[in-house]
Design a protein around this ligand. Sequence first.
Ligand code: SAH
Ligand code: SF4
Length: 385
Amino acid sequence: MVWLKNLRTRAEAPRYLQYSLSITVPLTPRLNLYDLSREDLRLLLVRWGFSGTHTERLWNYLYLQLAESFDAMPLVPAKLRARLGTETFLGSLPIAVETDSSDGFTRKYLLQLNDDRRIETVLMRFTGRVTACISSQVGCAMGCVFCATGQMGYTRHLTPGEIVAQAVHVARALRTQPQLENAELVMPTSAPRLRNVVLMGMGEPLHNYDAVMKAIDILRDPNGLGLAAERITLSTVGVVPGILRLAQEKRPLHLAVSLHAANQAERAALVPAAKKWPLDELMAACRFYSEQTQRRIFYEWTLIEGKNDSPAHARAVGELLRGLPAQVNLIPLNPTEGFDGVPTRTDAARQFQRILADEFALPSTVRQRRGIDIAAGCGQLAIAG
Ligand code: SAH
Ligand code: SF4
């Protein structure tokens, strides 16, 4: 029954235990410390009658030392540690499975949640930089036809703490396995640090807006992991209300919008969410976002041979984005079980790029293929069963 100590609510216990727990053990919900901002933590300590000054030390243990238990926090007073031990838990996510890609550039972690569900987090090494690709939901409700997460359907949102814990997990991996870090060291003597996070794992981050934004605030806390806003990229399928809210709140992060097609009919066939948020509304929201934030948007385009990769398609995207601050990120299709499309060949992808550059002065990149053999590439994240 060790796992019981991690239950936050009675409802998380198996049904047969919920009844007996309600009579025998009055379960108080336990707080996941990774759910708390530094200010939340300070208020909690003050409410418990401790000095708020312990907050900084505790925060340091959580996000700079990446402590894995309360025992690893010797400078926190014993009384406070005892209280933390009974009323909170450290929501680290145990590894269920860990896989390295054969090219050595990608490591995929299958991480275990408190309710036994699993999510995937990927550590990627592109040239000169390490990036954590983190999930925002278990599964996804958006149903994009070529995406393995979409094919598995939606199970639930992740909590802020479960999102934060994925970044903490990768930060720990970098610290204990510095060979993963490569060229990222600014000073050769400094400890390797996580600097780049992309919300491009499982799920649609703007469908889980509040939890994702809270997690980003925690990741950006300058006294903790201290991720710079320009190193955080959130990718959305095009949830229009979420983009408008991001624009109004002027959230400091990079926005990527998954486009894949430049007209409504073709887009809706690939991305069912386009029926709810049509292309013209999406583009209006993107324009508003760029005006409000003065930021350019990355537009993602999964290249599927014979579907959306012709010169005419390149010109259509050029026309669509004309006048907008934009960069196009081309992603050759990664294989998934439920979709029989084929990735665009390199020469056709290059031609697509040339048209964008020469005819529309539109910068673009072709995403490096990483982790395909371990199904850790874009859109390949899914949990069987
Ligand atoms: N839900 C968000 C973020 C996760 S998906 C979104 O859709 O933007 C991250 C990126 O991978 C998206 O651009 C998505 O369109 C792309 N993608 C999904 N399945 C893919 C596949 N099989 N091959 C290549 N890219 C894929
Ligand atoms: Fe969800 Fe993104 Fe996959 Fe579409 S591509 S199903 S939005 S995770």
